[in-house]
Write a new protein. Structure first.
Length: 406
């Protein structure tokens, strides 16, 4: 197996040895094909009796080539008991590490949640940790277990510059933005004064600012949490802010819960603009075929790789189709599929040439890859009814980003 071209690597905590990915080096040819790329995602069962947890506990992290070949499970050892699962959640900027969630829930607590139709994330009943998988060695480091601040730790990402990690622990019922060192030490709260329930935490590409939604309102602050500013839309539901590639704008949805649309705003909070209309799309995708008291998974707009356009899902007749809009409002419908099709979770490749997404067709949620130059698509999973492919994440490439599709 060819190793990654990395000269220095932070020392991590004691590790588990897991299945090696066998991925090639990060550098690709100038015009890479889908077979040169890798996508991490999650597979799970969707129709098992018993409700949400009976199916969620079957989640497993997967890596596959973008042409559908070389599929393999990763970090299998983290699913080390019947009620534990793994979820693929992202990559390091250089593609040498993968972010893997390890979840667990006590089955008695799961039954209580089904009966009361709400989460009960208490110590001893729930555990969610964010781990880093070294794809060259196959070793896993559970960074949120070091100097633990919570039993529920999601949203892990690499801060710009690669010297720190951001994540979102649940502390005394409140989700808060935190940062920590790469080895899991030196965890600290950056929610600022009088912080409420915060989610959707990320950092601007230059590392100078952070954003998140708190009590369903979007805020921008300095990286240490100071100088916190409210982005005022006049709407009660503002959700999931994301930075453009140049760090000059934030993308988020705004409206009311279940009826919101994509908006963009400058990094100083000015220039608020509605980009498109989702035509009544609720903004979340059901990922189970049994009753789910939490409704599903958020399905929000994303920036193109060059930050000049936005990909999103919206209602088109009885379908939910894929669309792309430029910042000046030029809209292109990317998919036109048979009646009853549901698309979700669009994710562009880092060079802007490809788009990964999910599509429920004939009752099965499969993952697809589209070449944006001509809108041709290829299905990369081959799942049976009662199974789903969810949450695709492209492994980063060093090829330059370019516009695609419109």
């Amino acid at each position: 197996m060819r190793s990654f071209d990395v000269t220095t690597k932070p020392a991590l905590l004691p590790t588990l040895t897991v299945v090696l990915l066998g991925l090639p080096g990060v550098v690709h040819a100038a015009e890479p094909e889908a077979s040169d790329r890798f996508i991490g995602y999650t597979e799970l069962r969707t129709n098992l009796p018993g409700g949400r947890h009976a199916n969620v506990r079957t989640m497993r992290a997967i890596v596959v080539k973008a042409d559908g070949s070389a599929r393999r499970l990763v970090a299998e050892e983290l699913a080390d008991e019947p009620d534990a699962w793994t979820q693929f959640a992202g990559w390091s900027p250089d593609g040498t590490q993968a972010v893997i969630y390890r979840g667990w829930q006590h089955p008695e607590n799961a039954r209580w949640e089904e009966e009361h139709r709400t989460f009960r994330m208490e110590p001893g009943k729930w555990l969610l940790d964010s781990c880093l998988l070294d794809v060259a060695t196959g070793k896993v480091a559970n960074v949120t277990a070091v100097d633990r601040v919570s039993d529920y730790n999601g949203g892990l990402f690499f801060m710009p510059g690669g010297r720190e990690l951001g994540f979102t622990p649940l502390i005394k019922g409140l989700s808060k933005p935190f940062v920590m060192d790469l080895d899991g030490h030196n965890k600290r709260d950056v929610s600022g004064k009088n912080g409420g329930f915060a989610y959707g935490y990320s950092a601007s590409p230059d590392g100078g600012l952070i954003s998140y939604h708190e009590n369903y309102q979007v805020y921008i602050a300095n990286a240490d949490g100071s100088n916190k500013k409210h982005v005022k839309t006049g709407n009660p539901f503002d959700f999931a802010p994301r930075w453009s590639a140049d760090g000059q704008r934030l993308l988020f949805v705004s409206g009311v819960h279940g009826r919101s649309d994509p908006y963009a705003v400058r990094r100083d909070g000015t220039g608020l603009r509605k980009l498109a209309d989702l035509n009544g799309y609720q903004g979340w995708v059901p990922f189970l075929d049994v009753d789910d008291f939490h409704q599903g998974s958020s399905d929000v707009p994303v920036w193109s790789a060059d930050g000049k356009s936005v990909f999103y899902t919206a209602k088109a007749g009885s379908n939910v189709e894929l669309f792309q809009t430029t910042l000046d409002g030029k809209i292109t419908q990317l998919t036109k599929t048979p009646q009853g099709t549901l698309h979700y979770h669009p994710q562009p490749s880092s060079d802007g040439r490809w788009l990964a997404y999910g599509s429920k067709r004939a009752g099965v949620r499969q993952l697809h890859v589209m070449r944006l130059a001509d809108h041709s698509e290829n299905r990369i999973t081959d799942l049976k009814p009662g199974h789903a492919g969810m949450w695709p994440h492209w492994r980063p490439s060093k090829a330059p980003a370019r516009a695609g599709g419109t």
